[in-house]
Design a protein around this ligand. Sequence first.
Ligand code: SF4
Length: 372
Amino acid sequence: MKIAVPRMGNLSLIIKDMVQRFDLDYLETPPFTEQTMEIGAALAPEFACLPLKAVLGTFVGALAMGADTLVTGGGHGPCRFGYYGEIQRRILEREGHDFRMVVLEPPSVSLRAFHDSIRSVIPREQVGFGTLARELYLTLSKVLLLDMLDKRALQLRGLEVVAGSVDEALADAQEIVSRAFTRKELSAARKEGDARFREVEIEWDRPHLKVGLVGEIFVVLETFFNFDIEHWLGRRNVVVERSVTISDTCDPFHRNPVFGYPEHMVARMAKPYLSHEVGGDGLLTVGSSVIFARRGFDAVVHFLPFTCMPEVIAKGVLGRVSQELEMPVLSLSIDEQTGKAGVETRLEALLDLAWSNKAKSLHARAELQAVT
Ligand code: SF4
């Protein structure tokens, strides 16, 4: 069994960890390129959303390289994601590929379904339940650590004194964490990673903006589709925070440990604007935008794949969030035709607006202080 999985943010780091723990035969799925996008778009139904087309294109590459088992995520609710594993299987079989498709149900949806689906890849005869539960727990702990490192880098990149020093610290810390497997090793790796970040020189009082990133997880996490917005913003003195991470999506208790606001709180914040689940990350998009506004963020960037139903609903609501909470929100619809220059122009306009709002509010505050 030669396994391949879709690329999405830190997912590949998790898979590498599982490969070593369970001695799996794994093949790295090719990165997203214009060519893989063309292949995926040619095979998929025209109005399928971007993640299906993108992943399909790279799966074709993985099968050509010798993969025989494709593992993808499942889902439930109003979003189409739950059907995509099956649709991709049918399309690839129609193209004459011989392989097995395994759909992994996320632990946040049902622990039992997750356990049953993971047994298709890690059979009972090979790994007992106790070992499986322990090792998966450690894998999830490791992912949490990796996502926390990313969060730290996003907060610091816009304030670094030496360009690239945060990225160097992040790469070192990721390397340290990736070598840790036991609970004790992970705890030591966390401390070592923290120490590595403390070495980075930061200009804490540099004038900066705070921008929240929200939207559909695949586009928010994959640099090929969001044009590496995190670095783009970091180079422009922007402190960034994002509302979606792999760890939060996998957390079976819905606590969103990386974002820091559990699902019930996100839903409560979203309620005046959107009072029910719409599938995918739609409710999280609205709730986290409200949270960012209440925390005094200067702007929010919202990524949505073209034809993504949950995010289209969220987009319709975000206009009111922006108006009532006085925080600019830029929604960027991404598909295979989206150009980098157009996205960057709109982002530059957003930053100009955010700087101007900030200057106005600082001026108003200074005037108030002078009067009182
Ligand atoms: S969340 Fe949106 S883009 Fe993602 S699978 Fe669902 S409908 Fe498609």
